[in-house]
Design a binder for this molecule. Structure first.
Ligand code: UT7
Length: 338
């Protein structure tokens, strides 16, 4: 199969503030032991007061473009597509806010929402753009401040999430590889959905469109992330495993020839269960959820960035990405590292 498109560089940013499990013990009835055993998470990052989603994204983009060897500057960007479930506002879009902050206010820019599957859904969109317009340079960004949308009185959810941002530039694979450190071609991609799972993981927008908030209404639980954890767990393992198995089979990639499996960093137990179902050994499974918690659509970008820095992704080898999120949405992608 010929490659679909190229990912050029990865820039990430996480806020300075670290919220450890011991910090959470002081604000809610939980323990470091419970969180560690049930999720693998040890700490997560929290945005500073006044920092919003486009600010985090701007820092990730600066880190991406500051690598001189990338050979792509903000002025070269032709489109911005932005995955987030915690946008700065409903309008203007966070993508437009980011384009202003990057000094490229005339670049077409839009937000989209595929929850934790945002990065792979974004690759699908970016791939379509570069197929239609081969000279396109699509800035694919994911950023979320999930700590702004957790109910700090719900211990079943508030311990899970963290804040962060990531970005890459997607180009046509025929455009050629630059001098940047990280470069990969997208060999294959599949995404899926089952909207019957929608009620299992929700966050409102302030009332809802059929019963909108009026001035002075109080915020209710519906405004925050609500989750049927056990259902989500089950479907996450099932769908990430099936999507990944299908991807490997379709591309004749054996476990031996696969260098690394990078799943969406939701919960270490979910990731280990997926790897086990696929017969992928522990040393090929990449996990960094202990450092950042679940950062939604950003998690694959942070994980790829860290895996590359730790020399877990090497030239000529194949990496499998897989994800699962609210909707339900999921996906899998095969990368060839250049
Ligand atoms: O990106 C996709 C989004 N989300 C996910 O992937 C999350 C998927 N789900 C999960 O990761 C797990 O279901 C959780 C980590 C959320 C929960 O783990 P669990 O093993 O399914 O626990 P549970 O919800 O069945 O709760 C077991 C017990 C309950 O106490 P009782 O009723 O047995 O007395 C909970 O009240 O654990 C209690 N519990 C806690 N205890 C201490 C729930 N949260 C906490 C907590 N600290 N933070």
């Amino acid at each position: 199969m010929s490659p679909l498109c190229r990912l050029n560089g990865i820039g990430i940013y996480v806020p300075d503030k670290i919220l450890s499990n011991h910090d959470l013990e002081k604000i809610i009835d939980t323990s470091d032991e419970w969180i560690t055993v049930r999720t693998g998470i040890k700490r997560r990052r929290k945005a500073a007061p006044g920092q919003n989603t486009s600010d985090l994204a701007l820092m990730a983009c600066r880190n991406l473009f500051s690598n001189a060897r990338l050979g792509i500057a903000p002025n070269d960007i032709t489109h911005i597509i932005f995955a987030s479930i915690t946008p700065d506002s409903i309008c203007p879009s966070t993508a437009c806010n980011l384009s202003a902050k990057l000094g490229i206010p005339h670049v077409p820019a839009l937000d989209f929402n595929a929850a934790c599957s945002g990065f792979l859904y974004g690759l699908m969109l970016a791939n379509g753009l570069v197929a239609a317009q081969p000279d396109a340079k699509v800035l694919l960004v994911a950023a979320d401040i999930l700590t702004s949308r957790v109910n700090w009185e719900d211990r079943g959810t508030c311990v899970l999430f963290g804040d962060g941002a990531g970005a890459t530039v997607v180009t046509n694979h025929a455009a050629g590889r630059g001098e940047q450190d990280f470069s990969a071609t997208l060999e294959d991609l599949s995404v899926g959905a089952d909207s019957q799972g929608g009620p299992c993981l929700t966050a409102g927008i302030g009332g809802n469109t059929s019963a909108p908030y009026k001035l002075g209404d109080r915020v209710t639980e519906n405004f925050f992330i609500q989750m049927d954890g056990r259902e989500v767990f089950k479907h996450a393992v099932r769908n990430m495993s099936a999507a990944s198995a299908g991807m490997l089979e379709r591309n004749n990639v054996t476990i031996d020839s696969l260098e690394c499996l990078i799943p969406h960093q939701a919960n270490a137990r979910i990731l280990e269960a997926v790897a086990k179902k696929l017969n992928i050994p522990d040393d090929k499974l990449f996990i960094n959820v202990q450092e950042y918690g679940n950062t939604s659509a950003v998690s694959l970008l942070i994980a790829m960035h860290d895996a590359y820095a730790q020399k877990r992704l090497s030239k000529g080898n194949k990496t499998l990405l897989t994800t699962f999120g609210a909707g339900f949405t999921w996906g899998s992608a095969l990368l060839a590292i250049e």
